[in-house]
Design a binder for this molecule. Structure first.
Ligand code: DX5
Ligand code: ZN
Length: 221
């Protein structure tokens, strides 16, 4: 069984106190910091660029998992690597030459990930799986935090795990969108091992540490 990791998504953090929030998540035992980059083109929202990634880099030593929801991501790989990304994930839907982009990420000394939107069939990954370190199975349509988990993604995760077992057993499977204490254990059961969680870590109702502990309990019991 692969190690289970929790990657808080700063999309739901208080952007006026981003550094402190990253440090709090880090102190509370997060495994990665998930950073959502949106350009208003690939998705209908705009977030942040390399300058912000560089600014928060000094608040934690945890790996930065940078999720590029942008057009032509190949132009921004080096800037994000230089800013401190440890993993860079690009969308299969956006890359005409996905194999080339994955190789470019690898050449920067960064782990390559491939993300797929809810409607994208797994066959889109078949030829790239051996080259990827991780796949991000989007469990909402990308663009916003706080959306409802799409239930039909659970069997998709299970089918991807089976594909990965045959082609690349080391592959990490991330789930992204609507991950909270009820959906998280089901994602893990289906075969995901990295849980990206925004609202359920940085949202209201409890501290970041309490939220993170609850999420961890939900997948470890
Ligand atoms: C959505 C982003 C997610 C988002 C998840 O486009 O890729 O990482 O932050 O947010 P929650 O956990 O609130 O659904
Ligand atoms: Zn994301």
């Amino acid at each position: 069984m692969k190690a289970l990791k929790i990657a808080p998504s700063i999309l739901a953090a208080d952007f006026a106190r981003l550094g402190e929030q990253v440090r709090a998540a880090s102190d509370a035992g997060a495994d990665y910091i998930h950073i959502d980059v949106m350009d208003g083109q690939f998705v209908p929202n705009i977030t942040l660029g390399p300058v912000v990634v560089a600014a928060i880099r000094k608040y934690t030593t945890l790996p930065f998992d940078v999720h590029l929801m942008i057009r032509a991501p190949e132009h921004f790989l080096a800037p994000f690597a230089d800013a401190g990304a440890n993993l860079i994930t690009v969308h299969a839907e956006e890359c005409q030459q996905l194999h080339r982009v994955v190789a470019q990420i690898h050449a920067l000394g960064v782990k390559p990930g491939v993300a797929i939107n809810p409607h994208t069939p797994l066959v889109a990954l078949e030829e790239i799986l051996p080259y990827a370190a991780q796949v991000n199975v989007m469990t909402v349509n990308p663009g916003f935090g706080g959306q409802t988990f799409i239930e039909s993604m659970l069997p998709k995760i299970a089918r991807l795990r089976a594909m990965a077992d045959a082609q690349n057993p080391e592959l990490d499977i991330e789930v992204d969108g609507g991950v909270e204490i009820h959906t998280a254990p089901r994602c893990v059961q289906a075969g995901a091992n990295i849980l990206i969680a925004g609202t359920s870590v940085f949202g209201p109702g409890a501290s970041i540490a309490e939220h993170l502990a609850a999420l961890r309990r939900s997948i470890e019991t």
